[in-house]
Ligand binder design. Structure first.
Ligand code: C2O
Length: 574
């Protein structure tokens, strides 16, 4: 592997600890070191205590009143914004003026900062022509499309490192936004982050939009569109040929798991210790995973997109990732990335380096496509919360100029000038829905959660959890909540969750009993976090013939370094 990478590094593999992780980046003018948040991003100063909002939207007692936050931020929104500044005080926003060293999962600082800029204009897209992003598997390496795309990426790689459109700098945009490169505007003790909350889908949509524009500009062809890695359909469940075209190809990356090159079928709920199964079996598991994540577990905008992230929130302590961000998004990353050092993954396996692999952009185009499927085919809805709609990000456009863009302006891809090829969506058919492995079992005995938690999950555990009693009419959905999952963000984390399953080794993603998994892709924030994971279980219990049981058996199976878990309960959906 080492010599393989050495050959490739001259063209398309950035060696570990490369020049841009040194302290002398050509783009360092916008950068400072911030000793106050070196090891934690917990607010130290009471004035910056995270504000929490209860389910009904009221501020929690004892926390900062939102009006105080508005007053405290009063001066920050006084320039260049054409909208009511009061309306903008609530979204969590990156402080673009103040980029700091991000952190690699191994703790080494990394400078991902873009150039400093004074005036950043607002940008609202108004496309008049709609282009179609095509499934990556439709293209061969001798196609015109391959030539265009590889020439665009090669041109990006050839740009000076001082140009924000340079390929490495584009990868650094992702690094700065997800590994602690920015603080939150108005909250200098809180790191800003675009994963694990409702920022995930819109941030990546805008990121791809400008990446595609830069490609179009460099090859002088505005008909060019990014491909999508169609890993949710059997035709696309391998690394697409255009990304696997040899070490000299600009679309290649040597830091991929050598065991997962074609014809290996992707595993959308991959764990490090998964054994390879025949391709048709893996395809069946993948389709069931898609059904479960897109349909069974994604009923509300918060299920699908992730929970709110507002000014002063410390993410993800009180925020949780959406179902799709966890599975399949995280697992396609870790399945694709290298396993040279499982404790220190790089390129697709870790967020700071993921966008150095050209396949990243095709992976995220498919994530973005799932958003369109959720709205169109599955009749889902976007959030209408102004704190989501008004949140903004800053990117560099195809002319290397910074622009400020808002979530509200990216909700309709046709206004951004693109749509997705209409390929089959096999998992949307109810025949792919996970099936019970064994109906209406007698539950084995197991302890009550109070006897078990808190616990460090270093081996599988079973608990019997009481279901809440319904009061009044109606039937609110029951939610299984795994509470207070504590881990260090620099670690790869995964555990699987089963319900009413007495033999987890026989239970697979196409079984109803396999509820799903919790995962964390290594980030460089170097902070211990505490979050929750929720699963919708009413429909699941119905299918398992356990509707009338007053208790359920829950099994947690660790698939990574141990995490600490504080409790498990079942509550009604609010
Ligand atoms: Cu920003 Cu796939 O990660």
């Amino acid at each position: 592997m080492a010599s393989f990478c050495a050959i490739a590094s001259a063209t398309n593999c950035i060696p570990y600890s490369s020049s841009f992780s040194s302290n002398k980046s050509p783009l360092s003018s916008n950068r400072r070191k911030n000793p106050a948040i070196k090891f934690t991003c917990k607010a130290k100063n009471d004035n910056h205590k995270p504000e929490t909002t209860s389910k009904n939207g009221e501020n929690s007692p004892g926390k900062l009143d939102r009006r105080d936050v508005l007053l405290g931020l009063g001066g920050l929104y006084s320039t260049s914004l054409a909208v009511n500044p009061m309306a903008l005080a609530k979204p969590a926003l990156p402080d673009f003026k103040d980029c700091i060293d991000a952190t690699q999962p191994n703790g080494t600082p990394i400078n991902c900062c873009p150039p400093a800029v004074a005036n950043i204009p607002d940008y609202v897209p108004s496309a008049t022509t709609i282009r179609t992003r095509m499934a990556a598997q439709s293209f061969t390496v001798d196609s015109d499309y391959y030539n265009k795309y590889s020439s665009a990426i090669q041109k990006m790689r050839n740009l000076s490192l001082t140009d924000p459109r340079n390929f490495t700098q584009q990868a650094n945009v992702h690094c700065a936004y997800c590994d602690g490169g920015y603080t939150q505007k108005g909250y200098p003790n809180l790191l800003y982050e675009i994963h694990n909350s409702w920022m995930f889908f819109p941030w990546h949509r805008w990121y791809l939009y400008f990446f595609e524009k830069i490609c179009q500009n460099l090859i002088d062809d505005d008909t060019f569109t990014l491909p999508f890695w169609n890993w949710d359909a059997p035709e696309g469940m391998q690394i697409p040929p255009i990304f696997n075209s040899g070490v000299q190809s600009p679309l290649y990356n040597c830091l991929r798991n050598p065991a997962h090159l074609p014809p290996t079928v992707v595993n959308l709920d991959w764990s490090n210790d998964d054994v390879t199964v025949p391709p048709n079996v893996q395809i069946k598991y993948n389709l069931a995973t898609m059904y479960k994540q897109m349909i069974t577990q994604s009923k509300t905008p918060a299920d699908f997109f992730g929970s709110p992230y507002r000014a002063g929130d410390e993410t993800p302590e009180i925020n949780t990732a959406g179902q799709i961000e966890q599975t399949p998004h995280n697992h396609v990353h870790s399945w694709t990335g290298t396993i040279v050092d499982p404790d220190n993954p790089i390129d697709m396996g870790a967020l700071y380096s993921a966008a150095r692999d050209p396949i990243f952009y095709a992976h995220h185009a498919n994530i973005d496509r799932l958003w369109t499927i959720k709205l169109n085919q599955l009749k889902g809805t976007n959030f209408t919360d102004p704190d989501w709609l008004n949140a903004y990000f800053i990117f560099y456009n195809e002319e290397a100029k910074p622009v400020r863009v808002r979530i509200q302006d990216c909700l309709d891809p046709t206004k951004l000038g693109y749509t997705y090829e209409d390929v089959p969506i096999p998992w949307i058919d109810v025949s792919t829905k996970p099936k019970p492995r064994a109906k209406a079992k007698t539950l084995p005995s197991a302890p009550d959660p109070a006897q078990v938690f808190p616990i460090t999950l270093d081996k599988p555990i079973n608990v019997i959890v009481k279901r809440p009693k319904k009061s009044g009419s109606g039937s609110p959905e029951e939610i299984l909540v795994i509470e207070g999952i504590e881990y260090d963000k620099k670690n790869y984390v995964k555990f699987n969750v089963y319900i009413n399953e007495d033999d987890v080794n026989s239970s697979h993603p196409d079984n109803t009993e396999f509820l799903g998994s919790f995962s964390n892709l290594p980030h460089g924030h170097r902070m211990n976090v505490k979050t929750n994971k929720k699963f919708r279980i009413s429909e699941v219990l119905e299918e398992l013939g356990a509707r009338d049981y007053d208790k359920v058996l829950v099994t947690l199976v660790p698939k990574s370094k141990p995490v600490r878990i504080n409790g498990i309960k079942i509550e009604f959906d609010s």
